[in-house]
Design a protein around this ligand. Sequence first.
Ligand code: FAQ
Length: 334
Amino acid sequence: MYAQMVKTDTTSVKTREEMSAEERAFQDRVDADIKIEAKDWMPENYRKTLIRQISQHAHSEIVGQLPEANWLTRAPTLERKAILLAKIQDEAGHGLYLYCAAETLGVSRDELTEQLLTGKAKYSSIFNYPTLTWADVGTIGWLVDGAAIMNQVPLQRCSFGPYSRAMIRVCKEESFHQRQGYDALMKMCLKGTAAQKAMCQDAFNRWWWPSLMMFGPPDKESVHSAQSMAWKIKLNSNDELRQKFVDQTVPQAEYLGLEIPDPNLSWNEERGHYDFGEIDWSELFSVVRGDGPCNRERLAARRKAWDDGAWFREGLMAHAEKKSARKDTQKNAA
Ligand code: FAQ
């Protein structure tokens, strides 16, 4: 099934004997936790894997603004509106840091944008679900930003310097995002009306399983994990992070008085973790392939934003050309 999900070839992890002297020296640096910088020598597949992951991550931040933006004009209070606006602006900022980190690897921003707009590049499956009620906004902050933090805190220690440094700032902001989401739900679940609590339960039911899918396919089917972990582009496997997320989130749901929409969820004393039910992987496959509830709408919104912004980009370019021509004239006159 996952063979259909991936378009890049995967390389099996080389043994030390199979590596060239350069590759061995590179691996030694990674193993010793010495950061790799953009100008350092790196295996071509390391570079490609980073461009793929960082750009998918950047696209996710940019497309990820859309579901919440749907509620910006309908936030229940001025305070909630200001908080939501700040959060959405942060996501745009994250996208920009990440595009810059990807650009250090020799790919242009225009190429990355084109890959997104033509549907060639992926972005996180989670942003292809609709936000039907105000409770969805709180639930995204709690679950989606919570899952993003779980995945991104270890990435602060990843081997590629520009990516790891971008993650430090991103994670600080994601913590605020998670808190504001949980805070909105606390108000509605603990101090709100029965109707508000029911709205939160409904949102939770719809976002729980897609949030677990955010971590990617199960380890045994994850095509990139082995090599990415050997190169410390990923520090933990998909299943490890998913389990940590479940263990962290279940008590938070219990505090809110929300029921986990999984009849098989139970604490496993022996493992020291929650067991949970089988994830419907065909749903992730379908969303990643482009057939999720909002895939077409999301891409159409990004294409429209790109087209509508053409006059502004052209204006900036014309200004930059004028400035440089003026500089040349002054230089020649001196
Ligand atoms: N959706 O071999 P693996 C956020 C693809 S940011 C779509 O396991 P890998 C902040 C995968 O790309 C959320 N595609 O792949 C926010 C690959 O396909 P490819 C984004 C998925 O890379 C909050 C194939 O399946 N975070 O939420 C998904 O080793 C609120 C095989 O999978 C990041 O990008 C998926 N869920 O592991 C913003 C973090 N899962 O590329 C706004 C960095 C897998 O060969 C509002 N990324 N695929 O065509 C990562 O840690 C990794 O890339 C994984 C996937 C863990 C996502």
